[in-house]
Design a protein around this ligand. Structure first.
Ligand code: CP
Ligand code: NVA
Length: 334
């Protein structure tokens, strides 16, 4: 499979089940991850965790490394790992020697001696792939400036809970061409749905990602007109206009906001989507900027289901990584 970023030069651990980007996995594996996630969710709703002597993380320790803030990612990983029988350790890069210049190669090799897996949220995309290149334990992408794959797994799970299979549906993305959008493009290709993107001309998603999607026969279209993207869509999505990786001061923020103002999701825009369209946002939201309070609080909005499904989708991913050969049946048998 093609890669926008390369982890190639240190090749001895290629067989590890990293979860770096949606495009790295086959469609059938991604589908099974969500099936397992759904099964685990039902099981969890029925009774208490920890469950099962074969719990996939039984006796395992996962390092959760953050170089920038998080509410959902941190809490859902910590709780999910515990519910699957494991334990986690939260580390901030500022408190690690990494923050004083220790190399990623050495950090990865040291941590691999202590923990069974690493989740990284970073403001430096290269750091994720470099960590994975040197790590001898699986690495999970918890957000980079380039992508946010665990979020999109939760979003697809959420859409399907409400409306059935995403296959053949049309999603619309309106706003900044950011990290969440990159993973949504990859999700559209792998799960087989159409994606209409509306961003300002200078905030398009990376051309490499669009080229990859077209090469994979994805049904992805870009326009600068929000109405064109949203017309008839089954799901309308947006995100903050200023991501954590934008080192934006007040003037830069204002100019981004001026350019993005016509891309706000409001009632008038939702009215041209399909009548039963859902509204999604990964959160945190900035009400009155990328979305109005009216849409955010409307019956079409499933943003808190998305937030909850971070927990369940990530447990599906953890079961794939750590559940061994029986990971597919995990959830059915407990
Ligand atoms: N959506 C998301 O990743 O939220 P956090 O930044 O709170 O982790
Ligand atoms: N695009 C946002 C997502 C936050 C979860 C950011 O990178 O800040």
């Amino acid at each position: 499979m093609t890669s926008h970023f390369s982890t190639d030069s240190h090749s001895s651990h290629k067989s590890l089940r990293h979860f770096l980007d949606i495009k790295d996995l086959e469609s059938h594996t991604l589908r099974h991850i969500l099936d397992v996630a759904q099964a685990i969710k039902h099981m969890q709703k029925g009774r208490q965790f920890p469950l099962h002597p074969r719990a996939p993380l039984s006796g395992r320790q996962i390092g959760l490394i953050f170089s920038c803030p998080s509410t959902r990612t941190r809490v859902s990983f910590e709780i999910g790992i515990r519910q699957l029988g494991g334990d986690s350790l939260v580390l901030s890069t500022q408190e690690m020697q990494l923050g004083r210049g220790e190399s990623l190669a050495d950090t990865a090799r040291v941590l691999s001696r202590f923990v069974d897996g690493i989740m990284l949220r970073t403001t430096d995309t290269y750091a994720l792939y470099e960590l994975a290149r040197w790590s001898t334990v699986p690495v999970i992408n918890g957000l980079t400036p380039h992508s946010h794959p665990v979020q999109i797994m939760a979003d697809i799970m959420t859409y399907e809970e409400h409306r059935g299979s995403v296959h053949g549906r049309t999603f619309a993305w309106v706003g900044d061409g950011n990290n969440v959008l990159v993973s949504l493009i990859e999700g559209a290709v792998r799960f087989g749905f159409t994606l209409h993107i509306a961003t300002p001309k200078d905030m398009k998603p990376p051309q490499k990602v669009m080229d990859w999607a077209h090469h994979e026969n994805g049904s992805i279209k870009w326009t600068s007109h929000p109405q064109e993207a949203v017309y008839g869509a089954d799901c309308v999505m947006t995100d903050t206009w200023t991501s954590m990786s934008h080192t934006c001061q007040d003037t830069c923020k204002k100019s981004r906001h001026d350019v993005l103002k016509p891309y706000q999701i409001n009632k008038a825009l939702m009215e041209i989507a399909a009548p039963d369209a859902l509204f999604m946002h990964c959160l945190p939201a900035h009400i009155g900027e990328e979305v109005t309070a009216e849409v955010f609080e409307s019956r079409q909005s499933v943003v808190f289901d998305e937030a909850e499904n971070r927990l369940h989708a990530q447990k599906g991913i953890l079961a794939w990584i750590f559940g061994g050969k029986t990971w597919r049946s995990w959830g059915e048998e407990a």
